[in-house]
Design a protein around this ligand. Structure first.
Ligand code: FAD
Length: 476
């Protein structure tokens, strides 16, 4: 009797370790590993430019781990899978579940069609600690607030699945005619704006492991404080690795617990794991409220009067708003494909509240520029910052970028790094150059409106205008 063949359909799980679908495929006989670039069903959710760069390298890394046996295809997954089944006689297709609404819709249809074709389909949880339908409040409805979701729901639920090693006995089979090759996907942009990213990031399973062990070695010991300081290397930088599934949240969860001998007491560890919990919460919200990326969760914001001037949006995107910490953040994003979380909140609040520009614009710019662009985290975070989301930051909490800068970048190191034209300004004015006396500006070699822009809006006035606009919809 011939050995049964399974197709392992890789998606956002580009790793060999702790991969439940891959384990199932390997236990069942021979395995055809496949990645399908779905340019049919994703519509506006196809990866942005930075994500494509990451994906290109991540696929190369996975292919290397599979001894060059990864099959690459593009198109509609059902067509690709049916073709492979026809040509190889595969009897089973396995995958780890994805949770974006369009993926859920597609996967249901793929599963139904394959089953009708007589092919066995098995799906697994390889991306979340707790799947969204397993955590409900006492009345059986989804949680809408993070703390009870995480502390009462997740932490009181059965522990996350334990971590599995990479399959020991795997027989991967390869057919040249079924492989289009990674380069055929044309994921790399023509202009090589990604040079700096290349120096800072190592996409792939190995790079994910390095990021985790470096983080657990040192930065976690001061995470609770250092995570808010953008000039420090105080966070894990695991977000793109997690998005592409080069590491599972389970691996991070258990490695962190192991570091602290299984105790949940340490405040830095608790804080870090709760950020992983925020990731879970974002997926949870997206699953239960699938319009999260496009519609205000809180419908009263549908009436909000946006100002939305094109010039404001462009200046924000280019890091030319005249507010140093905002500009530094937007330039960090452009140059590195990443932005520090504290600064994401500051630039988000400034766009939505001071510039009164719809959060959709911020969401889509981030989608294109972030290496960790993730539909769940991005849409939940933008709605959080806009005040329109579930458990959102209250609308009146408008971040003042000057005081935020003075608190979290007190020596101006971060601003000086990304806005070098301001580097000679004394600390007193580094976050508010418009307040600096003429002689101070002259000594620092700056003419406002020339080397560095005047502020687009007055922070106090624009804050008041945002609050007035909110007052008009508050009781809607
Ligand atoms: P760490 O501090 O080391 O945290 C560990 C992990 O926890 C992260 O890798 C991430 O997976 C998760 N996490 C941390 N904070 C959050 C959060 N607030 N929400 C959800 N998950 C979180 N994160 C994305 O992964 N993709 C996005 O597209 C994204 N867009 C954002 C947009 C805005 C406006 C804001 C304010 C935040 C956004 N975030 C997004 C959340 C957060 O900024 C990043 O996850 C974090 O900065 C990544 O850096 P890190 O891996 O070093 O984080």
């Amino acid at each position: 009797m011939s050995t049964p063949i399974s197709i392992m359909w890789f998606r956002q799980d580009l790793r060999l370790r702790d991969n439940p679908a891959l384990r199932e495929a390997c236990n069942n006989g021979d395995v055809i590993p496949v990645y399908i670039y779905d340019n049919c069903n994703a519509e506006s959710f196809t990866p942005g430019a930075a994500s494509k760069w990451w994906l290109h390298h991540s696929l190369h890394s996975l292919n290397k781990s599979l001894d060059g046996k990864l099959h690459i295809a593009s198109g509609n997954p059902i067509d690709v899978l049916q073709k492979i089944i026809q040509q190889t006689g595969a009897t089973q297709v396995v995958w780890n579940r994805c949770y974006e609404p369009w993926q859920i819709h597609r996967d249901k249809a793929v599963k139904q069609q394959l089953q009708e074709d007589g092919v066995q389909v098995n799906s697994f949880n390889g991306s979340l600690l707790w799947e969204p339908w397993t955590i409900m409040n006492q009345s059986g409805s989804p949680y809408k607030v993070f703390t009870p979701f995480y502390r009462k729901g997740c932490l009181k639920a059965p522990s996350p699945r334990s971590v599995e090693a990479a399959p020991k006995q795997a027989n991967f089979i390869y057919q040249n005619k079924l492989d289009q090759g990674i380069d055929s996907l044309e994921l790399l942009p023509e202009i090589s704006w990604y040079k700096q990213m290349q120096q800072q990031w190592q996409p792939g399973e190995e790079g994910a492991g390095v990021s985790l062990s470096e983080f657990l070695n040192e930065p976690i010991n001061d995470y609770k404080q250092a995570r808010d300081v953008p000039s420090l290397n105080g966070t894990s930088h695991l977000s793109p690795h997690l998005h592409f599934g080069e590491i599972s949240p389970n691996q991070i969860w258990y490695a962190t617990l192991h570091k602290f001998n299984g105790s949940m007491e340490d405040p830095h560890m608790d804080c870090f794991l709760s950020e992983i919990g925020w990731r879970e919460f974002s997926y949870y919200l997206l699953y239960h409220f699938p319009t999260l990326p496009s519609e205000n969760y809180n419908a009263k914001f549908n009436q909000y009067q946006w100002r939305g001037r094109n010039n404001d949006l462009q200046a924000w995107q280019q890091g030319q708003t005249g507010v140093p910490i905002v500009d530094a953040g937007m330039r960090e994003l452009w140059q590195t494909g990443y932005m520090h979380n504290r600064v994401r909140m500051i630039v988000g609040s400034y766009l939505v509240k001071n510039l009164r520009t719809h959060w959709h614009h911020g969401e889509s710019w981030f989608w294109d520029c972030l290496l960790d662009a993730d539909l769940a985290a991005n849409s939940a975070s933008w709605q959080w910052i806009a005040g329109s989301g579930a458990d959102a930051s209250p609308f009146f909490r408008i971040f003042n970028p000057v005081t935020q800068g003075e608190k979290f970048d007190s020596e101006g190191e971060y601003v000086r790094h990304y806005c070098p034209e301001l580097k000679h300004l004394p600390n007193k004015y580094i976050h508010k150059p418009w307040d600096a006396p003429k002689e101070v500006l002259a000594t620092a070699g700056i003419r406002l409106g020339d080397e560095y822009p005047h502020p687009l809006v007055d922070l106090k006035e624009s804050r008041q205008q945002a609050l007035d606009a909110y007052e008009a919809v508050k009781n809607a």
